[in-house]
Design a protein around this ligand. Sequence first.
Ligand code: F6P
Length: 544
Amino acid sequence: MSVPALHLRPAWALLKKHHQKIRRTHLRQLFAKDSERGQKLVAEAAGVYFDYSKNRITDETLSLLLQLAQESGLRDRIDAMFRGDQINTSEKRAVLHVALRAPRGASIMHEGQNVVPEVHAVLDKMAAFADRLRSGEWKGHTGKRIRNVINIGIGGSDLGPVMAYEALRHYSERSMTFRFVSNVDGTDFAEAVHGLDPAETLFIVSSKTFTTLETMTNAHTARDWLLAGLGGEQAATAKHFVAVSTNAQEVAKFGIDTANMFGFWDWVGGRYSMDSAIGLSTMLAIGPDNFRAMLGGFHEIDEHFRTAPFERNLPVLMGLLALWYNDFFGAQTVAVLPYEQYLKRFPAYLQQLTMESNGKHVTLDGQPVDADTGPIYWGEPGTNGQHSFYQLIHQGTRLIPCDFIAFAHTLNPLGQHHDMLLANVFAQTEALAFGKTVKQVKAEGTPDWLVPHRLFEGNRPSNTILLDKLTPAALGKLVALYEHSVFTQGTIWQIDSFDQWGVELGKALAQRIIPELEEAAEPKLEHDSSTNALIRRYRKMKQS
Ligand code: F6P
């Protein structure tokens, strides 16, 4: 279906007008008008309770946003994704992360072939390896058991594994140590191996392309470290290195036996790969059964996204609401605030998922997109954020829609902690929405001069996402919710949410500059005057 430019879609113009009408309407008014609002504007699926009542929307807003989704061809595009069409048009690739979590026996086609059996073959290979490693059957070169696992990767080959390890630490094998190296800054590697015995350490080199500068540099450094620690015997590599990649040729070139390579496919984007073999470190930490439970959670939301009517479709609603603030209220960011310590890396994970996906300036056919795309996602776990940046959310001049994420049960029941934590979630969303009026502030005996300082305007929107407990399945559900919310937004902007050309220029320039920093003779520099001067200054400083 061909989709007209945004400003030509009827719902867009209607939303513009509608926004003018309701932009000053206060959440206090909306709640006062309908005493049931808090029960009505909720959606629930797969054990996820989504309260979106504290948003600056009316029934009309919702129906116009849903109309926009229809006019943008969202239904067709969802079907196209699940059908294996090349919806990543600029890279001419299908987008099939949903196949990574399809149950055994399901059928998802790619170029005339059902990919689900292949997916499960890799999962089975990962599980067999995980069982051998976790049981101690797989030994290092000197015969010692592997106790330390270090994942080397960056971007999607790091953020998912780190986030999932932290999120599911409760379920992890505590007798093993898991660390992650991503940055080309040598400090990252040095600290990751600090105190570890090479004879007990396994490196997973995770890279879709197996050519990424940071990862390959760290992988070579890891091999040097290992060999130095094990008397220089090249054969040691085989027992201490495995690879996760789509590039068997480069893996073999590095010296890793391709029998110890776990594959995936070009239809899995880096930032959509934590549930592929890129999740090997996660599986080693939590075991194959828990990993499969996580995939089950992903799949439940996939099915919900694929089949639920848009008005009850959680990722669709999340995407539309994010777009409502981004494009109509001019909000530039979305704060993600997990009230769960184990999700401390979740906002960082979402930064790549959302911003690498939707930070685009042209539509699928190369025309400038006629609205702001990709809001900035950021956040920190509650309650820490409350003592740092919430001030700005409550009383600053910017509008920051927030996603609050909470669980009914804690994995670490300690006294009153959990009720206190949850009380803070509910208190924050209430305070943001309703604020405190002049009358209320004065009634507290506040002197007039102090009233403006103590005033809370309110009308600050938030979603609350409430789940039962942070299980592997719950994590899968949460990630899938955001993946499909990103897709929903990208579809409305008609952008390619699955390429990432924007990271290329910096990479290419760095490749050009590396020799200029290392050459013994003064290099002939042909950059701008600032870059030239910085390079010269650095060369001088490092010699002193
Ligand atoms: O930074 C761009 C990027 O291509 C990401 O999309 C990707 O997740 C990351 O680099 C790592 O790539 P690879 O897995 O190929 O090493």
